[in-house]
Design a protein around this ligand. Structure first.
Ligand code: ADP
Ligand code: MG
Length: 245
């Protein structure tokens, strides 16, 4: 492949064939901003995440070309397959392309089943995204009081939350505004549903802008995941990566 220009369109072409980004193997070949490419291989990232991100994993290769052109994605892949970057990169790239700034408020919401997993996502977001200067926050309850969160929640560009706490802010925090939110991520959707958060998720989704990109990741495809997918996704790409064994 010849070198790819930055920010060129990806995805399916008008005649239905798929663009040359489908099947590329390395992050460097993706049409993403230079800053993200640099962050993926920087010394700082290597120190913080103990990985240097050069080749994509299967789920990343399969989903990033779709997600980067704004499509909804329903991704299934087992734990440890690299799903975090499969959604962090499109979130950052979307906000970057829209020149999202401090005044623009909440641009993306990432929902995770536990505060522990939310913390891991936050670490990846910080390592890859800090270079853009977006602000991100964890809304996970516990450790820090809901009052502290209420003060800063509208100033954050990316929210990483557990469903209960996000809904609490939607219900209780005056002026909590996610009307401009661009990208919703439901990570480990099967676990969120297994933990009994179906009602909370439905309530959250009903309060978010209809015009948005949604990425839903799950290790398993249960009936309740399919129900959630029907409710939250529009014409999604189905991406399922299973290892041959
Ligand atoms: P999942 O969410 O699917 O369980 P993670 O996103 O947590 O997986 O990734 C699992 C591990 O693999 C992490 O340590 C992460 O740093 C590493 N990893 C992810 N993608 C890559 C990649 N393309 N190259 C090398 N390591 C990677
Ligand atoms: Mg994960």
């Amino acid at each position: 492949l010849p070198p790819l220009p930055n920010n060129s369109p990806v995805g399916r072409l008008a005649d239905g064939t798929f663009s040359r980004y489908a099947g590329v193997a390395r992050f460097e070949q993706l049409p993403i901003s230079k800053n993200i490419k640099k962050a993926l291989i920087s010394k700082k990232t290597q120190d913080e995440l103990r990985s240097k991100f050069v080749s994509m994993t299967d789920i990343q290769r399969a989903s990033l070309p779709h997600a980067l052109c704004g499509r909804d994605v329903l991704g299934a892949a087992k734990t440890g397959s690299g799903k975090t970057l499969a959604f962090i990169i499109p979130v950052l790239e979307k906000l970057y392309r829209k020149r999202w700034g401090p005044e623009d408020g909440v641009g993306s919401i990432i929902i995770s089943p536990t505060w522990e997993l939310a913390g891991q996502i936050f670490a990846v977001l910080k390592a890859i995204g800090c270079i853009h200067g977006f602000s991100a926050g964890l809304l996970i309850g516990g450790r820090q009081g809901v009052a502290t969160e209420k003060e800063c929640v509208n100033k954050l560009n990316v929210l990483i939350c557990t469903p209960g706490r996000l809904l609490q802010h939607m219900d209780e925090t005056p002026n909590f505004d996610c009307s401009k939110m661009q990208v919703l991520v439901l990570d480990e959707a099967d676990r969120i549903l297994d933990s009994g958060f179906k009602k909370e998720l439905n309530a959250i989704i009903s309060q978010l802008p209809k015009r948005r990109q949604t990425m839903l990741f799950s290790a398993t495809q249960t009936k309740s995941v399919q129900d959630l997918a029907r409710l939250s996704l529009k014409d999604p790409e189905y991406i399922s990566v299973h290892e041959e064994s």
